[in-house]
Design a protein around this ligand. Structure first.
Ligand code: NDP
Length: 330
């Protein structure tokens, strides 16, 4: 049973030296517990944020096995809730096998592509759906801007926005990604934030201003978009990836000024806040996937041992769509 522990907490940039792969004994499930074999591990920007301190979950500490949202198969069950062969989602670990109280596992359907349980029907799709619709509240014809547009959450936000009849402008790193966001995902435009002149480039792609900004990155990009928001605009604060992997965070200088003058609503949210509407999200996403309105992009890295590289790469922007690690054969 291999597992990857956090050898040391990063101060600035996360590197492979912050992790260590080690062998551990095969765990034995106790009363009410199950033995799980990890099948797929979600690689999320949030994994890095968890290493910065306590948030909506406890902080990750040095010596911990790295936590991850994962899809696993029940190998042995000491609980009537689950049986051998069941597929579950839970907050697992970067490990081949773990034990878990059965009540902390959510039974999952054996869909044709298990990867979809982490992408469009997983946290990424639900975050995009709830955050855009319930927090951003876009109306047809309005302009939506979304950052980390080629990533998993951002890619769905833009495609949902198009399905709702909005103008959608993405922000992503590099010309190749921006072209892909337009040509492949169908956004109206995409602006490269690594190029100088982000504000001007965005302004020319948003001739009617910005009504909804779905913010995945915070920092300087947020500052530029705030300056283009229309009166009564909504900013759905989903995450701040530009601030997770640095010792030198930068924030928007036009806060609270822009919010006051333009009567903006900035609202943070965590996907779990909307759990009661998850079924509705899944039904809507399924219909859009079936009609072709939403393309499902998955970026699968093979092998538990490659999880550190996969997370470091995600923070550097080398993923398109939902990144995950396949640990075992499904
Ligand atoms: P993504 O698949 O979007 O990958 C992250 C992307 O962020 C990278 O591909 C990279 O693309 C971009 N990025 C990295 N650094 C920067 C930077 N300094 N400035 C701008 N963009 C950057 O990851 P996730 O889907 O896991 O996460 C996206 C966001 O959603 C995160 O902020 C995360 O915390 C948040 N989130 C929030 C949830 C909630 O409940 N509130 C739930 C799930 C996710 P590029 O090449 O374009 O730079």
């Amino acid at each position: 049973n291999r597992q990857i522990i956090v050898a040391e907490l990063p101060q600035g940039e996360l590197t492979e030296s912050h992790y260590k792969l080690q062998d551990a004994p095969m765990p034995e499930p106790g009363d009410g517990e199950v033995l799980l074999r990890t099948v797929l591990m979600s690689i999320d920007a949030a994994n890095r944020a968890w290493m910065q301190g306590a948030s909506y979950r406890a902080a990750v500490k040095a010596g911990d096995v790295m936590p991850t949202y994962s899809i696993s198969e029940v190998m042995k069950s000491n609980s009537p809730r689950l049986k051998e062969g069941d597929l579950v989602a839970c907050e697992g670990e970067w490990a081949d096998y773990i034990t878990m109280p059965a009540h902390k596992c959510q039974k999952m359907p054996r869909v044709p592509r298990l990867e979809n349980l982490l992408s469009v029907f997983g946290i990424a799709g639900k975050t995009a759906f709830h955050g855009l619709i319930q927090v951003g509240q876009p109306l047809a014809g309005e302009t939506i801007v979304v950052s980390a547009a080629a990533g998993s959450v951002g890619g769905y936000v833009g495609q949902i926005g198009k399905a709702l009849g909005c103008r959608v402008v993405g922000i992503a790193g590099g010309p190749e990604k921006c072209k892909w966001v337009v040509d492949h995902l169908g956004f109206d435009a995409c602006v490269d934030y690594r190029e100088a002149g982000l504000f001007k480039a965005l302004r020319s792609e948003c001739p009617n201003g910005v009504d909804v900004y779905f913010d995945n990155v915070g920092g300087d990009v947020l500052e530029a978009v705030l300056a283009l928001m229309n009166e009564r605009g909504r900013v759905a604060c989903c995450g701040a990836i530009s601030q997770y992997n640095t010792t030198n965070p930068s924030g928007p200088r036009n806060l609270p000024g822009a919010v006051v003058m333009k009567r903006l609503r900035m609202e943070g949210f965590i996907v779990m806040d909307f759990a009661r509407d998850d079924e509705k999200a899944t039904r809507a996403l399924q219909a859009w996937v079936e009609s072709g309105a939403i393309k499902v992009e998955e970026d699968v890295v093979e092998g538990l041992e490659n999880a550190p590289k996969a997370l470091i790469g995600l923070l550097a922007g080398d993923n398109k769509g939902k990144r995950m690690v396949r640990v075992g054969a499904d």
